[in-house]
Design a protein around this ligand. Structure first.
Ligand code: GLU
Length: 456
């Protein structure tokens, strides 16, 4: 049996961190088994789908180098891969269930259903649809939804993270598989596609664990083969421990990481460790190492809390491992107005100081924006003039600049800190900068000296 796995994101908002994490685990498992990784777009929510959100899913998966073998953009043996293009299939499957009396039309209005629900609440019993439309459908109505006739009994399956799972289907009421507007529900379209696309393993977020018995009953009722196993991965929680919310937590937006200059390979490394424990001290993994070592039995059951500090540490490690030319070219989009030669000169001091590429802007924006000249007292102005004197005739490279400044410091009678702080302020307008000799060397000599002269 060759392994087939899928992710099925819905294009209803920005690309989500959870999508990346689920995609990663699917790709790792697929690579471990020389399997096929399918990208299916779950776009049956006609009101909330947007093509631009679908484009964001592609962009972010490509950015992370989590490529797919079959999908809407390049097809495959089970095309189409967009649910909105598979409506005929769901209709046909629903008709088959109706014909076999495994589903029935439900004419109940939302108000009638609400009344049923309220009654159950008052009697303090868990709500289950009454099956009124199965036994005594109201006559003369034309608007209907299709409900699955839940066979009841026990639904069991293997979860690669949680082991043997058992659900009591007697607690599950007949649920809607086709809405009154003719569109299938997620609960229906998803297992139909999983079965027809011959998925062997379904790896997805824990929020779908309770959906699995519903979906397995449908696969059985349709007479398809079940996937061999499921894996429900821990929820990603925000740093504050709450469920990741699109509105409240910027870390839920995948593109934010790109914009901030997290390296895709570092984010992948971090995501792998978020919820999975390799069982060793190792924290930095190449992708091939992840493929070799990842296993579902070391995935935690509890929610996985997002940890910026750890991500920053990992990203810093990856930044320091890049060679200088590579880092320079990755920095270019963050400082598009800088000459590539200047970026290359800035790389050595930046490399040890950054945990994300966007920080380069804070370090380098003094190169294209003149800071306001600060007001200096006369003793400080005197020291700035001394700096001008030693720098005037020096070769404009970090080392000679450093040597010249050190000479000026020793002649000034004050310490390095006291001497350099105002210089840094005059030159960059900041309290924190690259080491002062680099800060000078990156700026054209005339410009650097003219900033000092103006302030002095
Ligand atoms: N569209 C669903 C989601 O984005 C897919 C869930 C599944 O993998 O079945 O959560």
């Amino acid at each position: 049996m060759s392994v087939r796995v899928r992710i099925a994101p819905s294009p209803t908002g920005f690309a989500h961190l959870g999508t990346a994490s689920t995609a990663l685990y699917n790709v790792l498992f697929s690579r471990q088994n020389q399997g096929t990784f399918v990208l299916r777009i779950d776009d049956t929510d006609m009101e909330r789908n947007r093509p631009e959100y679908e484009a964001l899913i592609y962009d972010s998966l490509r950015w992370l180098d989590l490529g797919w073998d079959e999908g809407p953009d390049h097809g495959g043996p089970f095309a189409p891969y967009r649910q909105s293009e598979r409506l005929d299939i769901y209709k046909e499957e629903a008709a088959r269930l109706l014909k076999d009396e495994k589903a029935y039309r439900c004419y109940c209005t939302p108000e009638e259903l609400e009344a049923e629900r309220r009654e159950a609440q008052m009697q303090k019993r868990p709500y289950k649809y009454s099956r009124r439309c199965l036994t005594t459908p109201p006559p003369g109505r034309t608007v209907f939804a299709v409900r699955f006739k839940v066979p009841g009994g026990e639904v069991t399956f293997t979860d690669m993270v949680r082991g043997h799972m058992k659900f009591d289907a007697d607690l599950i009421g007949d649920f809607i598989i086709v809405k009154s507007d003719g569109y299938p529900t997620y609960q229906f379209a998803s297992p139909v596609d999983d079965a027809r696309m011959k998925m062997t393993h379904v790896i997805r977020g824990e929020e779908h664990l309770s959906n699995t018995p519903y979906q397995l009953m449908l696969i059985d009722a349709l007479g398809y083969e079940r996937p061999t196993a499921y894996a429900h991965m821990p929820l990603i929680l925000a740093a504050d421990g709450a469920k990741l919310s699109k509105r409240k937590h910027p870390e839920s937006n995948l593109m934010l990481f790109k914009e901030q200059g997290y390296l895709p390979e570092a984010l992948i490394n971090y995501l792998a460790l978020l919820g999975w424990n390799p069982g060793t001290e190792q924290e930095i993994f190449t992708f091939d190492e992840l493929v070799r070592t990842f296993s579902f039995d070391r995935v935690q059951h509890a929610g996985a809390r997002f940890d910026w500090e750890k991500l920053n540490w990992i990203n810093g490690e990856y930044i320091r491992k890049l060679d200088d030319d590579e880092l320079a070219s990755r920095l270019q989009p963050f400082v598009p107005n800088l000459d590539p030669a200047i970026i290359k000169r800035a790389v050595p001091p930046l490399k040890t100081r950054m945990h994300k590429l966007a920080q380069a802007v804070d370090y380098l924006d003094y190169l294209w924006t003149d800071p306001p000249p600060p007001a200096l007292d006369s003793a400080t102005a005197e020291r700035v003039r001394a700096a001008i004197n030693v720098l005037k005739d020096v070769a404009w490279e970090p080392e000679p600049i450093e040597a010249a400044l050190e000479k000026a410091v020793s002649e000034s009678g004050v310490g390095k800190g006291k001497f350099y702080t105002p210089l840094r302020d005059v030159l960059t307008g900041k309290k924190v900068s690259l080491p002062i000799h680099y800060a000078f060397a990156l700026l054209p000599k005339e410009k650097a000296l003219s900033r000092l002269e103006q302030a002095a």
